[in-house]
Design a protein around this ligand. Structure first.
Ligand SMILES: [Zn+2]
Length: 500
């Protein structure tokens, strides 16, 4: 047992060092790397080294020994070994050549994908999508068990225990509760763009960056442990609680984009910064799941920063930075503008109410791809069809259609549904937090200290030392309940749009 524990800990140190290089390379690829550079070969070698280490006979044996003696381990280590055992069982089912080749494929694809999106050229991306889908189909076949097969294998990887059946129920509920509200709003909200013409002026990037620095102080995004840079798509990455990095993207003709992206990514970042340092040292560092992570970013972005209290508190600063553009604009106008409901094309720019529909398109499409009903060639056609059906919009280009998100280029299928699930977790968490804190009053102090502390104590501190379903239950005293999300959205938008 002692021997097994020593091998387990020593190997983890090496795995952590390797993932640290992966973290740095990934960060570099998206922020600093020259456009035509390619490090696919080195990345493939690193992933081969990681695979070799993680499947080495002594490491696997050590995990098996610890797994057989679970009852002698403390709770933290027990959970870690259960997760590690599951990971090993999976990894050893994937042939190493395939694992390494797939890593090289997605690396090569990244630059091609960026060009394909920029030049609106689906044909360029098509051969890669074909290979990625082929791999994912083989992957679910290698990993299938008595309990999980097909798309469920991938869904379970992103959110433990969530199956197609559960997601179908969740999305059906969203459709039932939200579509009538969306329809009512589209009837009453004509000419919204005219009403908010001030928002479509030019807001220079320097000013936007100034406001971003201001937001950093509001959200307590500690400069000693964080950096913010620029990339095509905003994202968060981290390796320890003392090194959390986020990016943003600035558009002069859409100034709110960088505001909400910054807050969204800081929400992810705060989660990582507030994990217990003791847990961070173990293999249970990092967030509990994709959905839980997304719940934290969307909580900050929507529940906090799309509230009236938030804009009544912070709009003065934006006005100070952009006095000409915002001369005749009030905090209430800003609140209305950032909660504008519009059936649109781009998921990341979507309002809170229609957001779930964007996710549903991707979920339905992934289901169809994994079951073989749709192949790579038909992605654009099926995509456009679903956008028409769920959002009533016509997709004019690949860039604003199926090429808009990078996830499939990374080979990630099963990821998208966690976005909607995370938003629903956020609403349940918001409800629970309100029992302990007057959230609006806290927002009006100009900082979010009590809110951040509540999240730290009830969610962040655990890292991934428990499953997200357990953390959600501990934090809210209840299993996942999507009613909170539906009610939150219906109430909020009924009020804003004066619906009956
Ligand atoms: Zn996110």
């Amino acid at each position: 047992m002692q021997q097994a524990l020593k091998i387990y800990n020593d190997t983890n140190k090496k795995i952590k060092a390797l993932s640290f290089s992966g973290f740095l390379i990934g960060w570099d690829m998206q922020t600093e790397m020259p456009a035509k550079s390619n490090h696919g070969e080195q990345m493939a070698t690193l992933s081969e080294m990681e695979y070799t280490l993680s499947t080495s006979p002594e490491y696997v044996n050590a995990i098996n020994v610890l797994y057989q003696n679970l009852n002698e381990l403390n709770d933290l280590l027990k959970h870690e070994i259960i997760v590690a055992k599951e990971g090993i069982d999976k990894l050893t089912k994937i042939p190493m050549e395939e694992y390494v080749a797939f890593s090289a494929l997605t690396n090569d694809f990244y630059n091609v994908y960026v060009t394909a999106k920029q030049t609106d050229n689906f044909e360029l991306a098509l051969p890669y999508y074909k290979k990625i889908i082929e791999y994912r189909k083989k992957y679910v076949d290698w990993l299938k068990t008595d309990k999980l097969c097909g798309y469920n294998v991938l869904l379970d990887e992103f959110e433990k225990g969530l199956t197609e059946q559960k997601y179908d129920q969740f999305f059906n509920l969203l459709r039932k509760k939200l579509v009538p509200v969306i329809k009512q709003i589209s009837k009453v909200s004509k000419n919204q763009k005219n009403k908010f013409a001030w928002a479509y002026q030019k807001f220079d990037v320097d000013g936007q960056k100034k406001f971003q620095e201001y937001l950093r102080d509001v959200f307590g995004f500690n400069r000693d442990y964080t950096v913010i840079k620029e990339s095509e798509h905003p994202f968060t990455t981290n390796c320890t609680v003392t090194d959390v990095r986020i990016t943003n993207h600035f558009y002069e003709d859409n100034f709110v984009s960088s505001i909400f992206s910054a807050i969204h990514e800081m929400g992810h970042g705060l989660y990582e910064l507030q994990i217990s340092p003791e847990i961070d040292k173990t293999m249970s560092g990092g967030g509990a799941s994709m959905a839980m992570h997304e719940s934290q970013s969307r909580f900050m972005e929507n529940m906090i920063a799309r509230s009236l209290a938030f804009w009544q508190t912070h709009f003065y600063k934006l006005k100070e930075i952009f006095p000409n553009q915002l001369a005749n604009v009030t905090a209430e106008d800003m609140y209305e503008y950032v909660n504008l409901v519009e059936c649109s094309l781009i998921r990341t720019e979507a309002d809170e109410l229609t957001y779930g529909m964007h996710v549903m398109v991707r979920y339905e499409l992934e289901k169809a791809i994994l079951s073989g009903k749709v192949n790579a060639e038909n992605i654009p056609e099926k995509w456009n069809e679903l956008y028409k059906e769920y959002l009533g919009v016509t997709v004019p280009s690949y860039s604003s259609g199926c090429l808009q998100d990078v996830h499939w280029a990374y080979g990630e299928f099963g990821y998208f549904p966690t976005y909607a699930l995370g938003s629903a977790y956020a609403a349940q968490i918001y409800n629970a937090m309100q029992r302990d804190i007057d959230i609006d009053a806290e927002i009006r102090t100009g900082k979010i200290e009590k809110i951040a502390k509540w999240l730290k104590d009830n969610i962040h501190t655990y890292g991934s030392s428990k499953y997200s379903s357990e953390i959600l239950k501990l934090a809210t005293n209840e299993d996942f309940n999507p009613d909170y999300y539906c009610n939150y959205l219906v109430n909020k938008y009924t009020k804003i749009y004066n619906l009956k």
